[in-house]
Design a protein around this ligand. Structure first.
Ligand SMILES: Cc1cc2nc3c(=O)[nH]c(=O)nc-3n(C[C@H](O)[C@H](O)[C@H](O)COP(=O)(O)OP(=O)(O)OC[C@H]3O[C@@H](n4cnc5c(N)ncnc54)[C@H](O)[C@@H]3O)c2cc1C
Ligand SMILES: *[C@@H]1O[C@H](CO)[C@@H](O)[C@H](O)[C@H]1NC(C)=O
Ligand SMILES: *[C@@H]1O[C@H](CO)[C@@H](O)[C@H](O)[C@H]1NC(C)=O
Length: 433
């Protein structure tokens, strides 16, 4: 832990999930000179994947490494006063519909037995098979839910992710972290480098679009899916991909009848959450193989898939996503099946081929430049402990956790827990909402 005299200056680029988690943790550990820049004019940023009504908090992973971390994070969600107001332990119901293939069902079976044997889940997970058991578990489901089968995990739920970001932001301000927000003073246009014979090339800070220069001992790049816009080399190990998110508006009475339902993931259709407490909106997401935007590559060489630069360009979902969501509604809440979908947008993640995060120094720069990326769609739940990963990196002076090292591999097809292949957005038919 640094004393205030020895505290290195830290410049964090991006006030999304990883950037805020890092700023907050380092500030609470005695780093006294931290500056954060973000391109949006407020936090939560509209460009952050975590600026959303809710995100799933669950610990079952095929890889026990992440299971253990997620259990540690869930402990904080349940006990740390910064996080508890935003965490709702509604449980997580993970099923396939009747239409799912035999292969998918076998995967569920194998997956269930693997988590059932983990001590962290003792008595928390059980099989749920068929409509009678589903309706017994969730009486609010009025549809046929025919043939739905999978498991229910009690030690899981969701967090209001936008409100969590806001809470962590306020905690950062209280700890003296400085923020510069908005296109001119917050949007980073380039990294700044210096070279000398003795130390080679080092990163010395960043320049914003309005020309402001921020110098720092350590620069931490936390731009999520946009990381390659400032550091193209990281684009060799992650791909910007997105999923569509949409909502339907419930009346207060409708919302009441679904209060406390588990997060429900119907793997072959879509997942949804209990209605949001403030807005009574139900959120849906079809988590297929996700979509890429290689056509948007500034380089023009189509080597990078990047998020659209503006919010309005991401304000749609593919027509197929709507089809999956309506099919889901017909099976589970048929009265709502024709209700308009609202607030539809694409949500961007930084996907790696092995779904492992990237938390490392950029090679060849000494210890001057850190990259936090590769969230692969499962970073938010770690917000209570993610900053600790970065502190360990800074203290050790290298990434001792092999999984999170700067990767040399090329991203390929999506991870096993997704269904389907990635598709380029330019070829996607958009839903007419
Ligand atoms: C549909 C969907 C569902 C998800 N569900 C879950 C879930 O259930 N559970 C879970 O754990 N995770 C989930 N995630 C993943 C989670 O949201 C991400 O892992 C997390 O937000 C990644 O954090 P990040 O800081 O890397 O990126 P982000 O949160 O996206 O933050 C990046 C930040 O960089 C800023 N920025 C970009 N460019 C610049 C620039 N040039 N200058 C300055 N600032 C810039 C942006 O404004 C933004 O604030 C989901 C993601 C999506 C898309
Ligand atoms: C849901 O279960 C499937 C097995 O059918 C598993 O592959 C997947 O990871 C689970 N989903 C989540 C979010 O845990
Ligand atoms: C914080 O760091 C910056 C950049 O290194 C430096 O210019 C500034 O004087 C530092 N502020 C304090 C209070 O130490």
């Amino acid at each position: 832990m640094p004393t205030s005299k020895s505290s290195p200056s830290i410049l964090i680029l991006g006030a999304g999930c990883f950037g805020l988690a890092t700023a907050h943790h380092l500030a609470s550990r005695g780093y006294s000179n931290i500056t954060v820049l973000d391109k949006d004019s407020e936090v939560p940023s509209r460009f952050s994947a975590a600026n959303d009504l809710n995100k799933v908090i669950r610990a079952e992973y095929a890889d026990p490494f992440y299971t253990d971390l997620a259990l540690e994070a869930i402990h904080k969600w349940r006990t740390d006063p910064l996080y508890t107001p935003h965490y709702h332990q509604t449980g997580f119901l993970n099923v396939t519909s009747n239409a799912a293939s035999r292969v998918t069902r076998d995967v569920v079976e194998k997956y269930y037995s693997s988590i059932q044997n983990h001590p962290g889940f003792s008595d928390q997970v059980r099989r749920v098979n068929g409509d009678a058991e589903i309706k017994d578990l969730v009486p609010g489901f009025t549809g046929p839910v025919e043939g739905w089968s999978g498991y229910y995990n009690k030690l899981a739920g969701y967090a209001h992710s936008a409100n969590t970001l806001e809470a962590v932001y306020k905690a950062c301000l209280a700890l003296g972290v400085k923020f510069h927000l908005g296109e001119s003073v917050g949007e980073v246009e380039s990294l700044l480098y210096a070279s000398s014979l003795r130390s080679g090339t080092t990163c010395i800070g960043a320049r914003t679009r309005g020309g402001n220069v921020h110098l720092a001992d350590k620069t931490i790049l936390a731009l999520g899916a946009s990381a390659p816009t400032l550091l193209p080399s990281v684009g060799k190990q992650m791909t910007g991909r997105c999923w569509g998110v949409a909502h339907i508006q419930l009346t207060p009475e409708e919302a009441r009848s679904l209060r406390g339902i588990p997060v429900t993931n119907v793997r072959d259709l879509a997942f949804f959450f209990e209605p949001d407490h403030e807005t009574n909106k139900l959120k849906f997401c079809h988590m297929g193989g996700a979509f890429t935007n290689f056509a948007g590559s500034k380089q023009g060489d189509r080597s990078l898939s990047l998020p659209f630069p503006t919010i309005s360009e991401s304000a749609f979902i593919p027509a197929d996503d709507e089809r999956y969501i309506r099919q889901l509604l017909r099976e589970v809440l048929p009265d709502l099946a024709d209700r308009p979908l609202i607030d539809a947008h694409l949500c961007w993640i930084a996907d790696t081929d092995d779904s492992d995060y990237i938390v490392d120094f950029v090679p060849g720069m000494g210890e001057s430049l850190v990259v936090l990326s590769g969230d692969s769609g499962h970073g938010f739940k770690m917000i209570p402990i993610f900053g600790g990963f970065v502190e360990t990196l800074l203290t050790e002076g290298r990434q001792i956790q092999k999984k999170w090292q700067w990767k040399r591999s090329k991203p390929s097809a999506g991870a096993a827990w997704r269904s389907g292949e990635s598709q380029e957005l330019a070829s996607v038919v958009r839903a007419k909402l």
